[in-house]
Design a protein around this ligand. Sequence first.
Ligand code: ADP
Length: 257
Amino acid sequence: LGFSAVTLRRISRLNAEAEEAHVRIVQSEKMASLGRMVAGAAHELNNPLTAVIGYCPVLTMSLTDDKTRQIVDTINKAAQRMAVIIRDLLTFSRTPVLEIRPVRVKEFITESLKAASESAVAAEVTVSVDAAPDLVALMDRPHMEQVLVNLFTNAAQAIKDSGRGDRISVKAYERDDAFFLEVSDNGPGIPGEIKDKIFEPFFTTKRPGRGTGLGLSICYAIVEAHNGSLRVNSTEGAGTAFVIELPRTPSTGERAA
Ligand code: ADP
């Protein structure tokens, strides 16, 4: 038809791009309907589970036999565990709605780590926090707390389960137009062959009953909703660092929550 080689190459590139865009749209529609299905099922399971969790203590009170009390206690613990899985499924299936506000970072880190202190004590790790006292960042505080607690708990569990490492450090700083929050550990590291999979929903190396494999995919979705990014640097046998990058902090003097 008389098209030049350059034009033909452009047409073929545009074709490939259009095909990729189509695949992305189909994929995101699939994810959206999967999300709706998961959310619906999680809701349905939540109601009967509330009855189990609510009545277990009542039943325990009316029991005198220790063996039966133990059985009810086991049922209660299993039900609590299911409640956590359902909460994770609901978080995972919804796009987080954020309320972005300026937050004083050092105080945010210290407060968030209180929620994760049990895992740090269990793993016998030394925790260090490095953030300038006046550092302020824009974020949805409750959602970012969920991210920080998750990354921290993962690090503590990795150290405890492997028996390798004894330090977790949380560091926050600004560089150029971005705010960075890092959670690093000197634990076992992540084997190269699974590094690509850890952000996938339901991927876990933890034993059944310990991990749902939803933690990092939820963290990823929350950070992405902030227009930020979550990356991992890990060396097997040496440790792991998760790096959150968020868009610019507000100008100094803005009121922080
Ligand atoms: P879960 O904690 O339920 O396993 P996550 O999505 O939070 O799910 O984590 C997925 C996997 O990533 C973990 O099972 C573990 O293999 C790996 N991982 C995450 N954080 C670390 C870490 N700090 N050190 C080593 N491995 C890690």
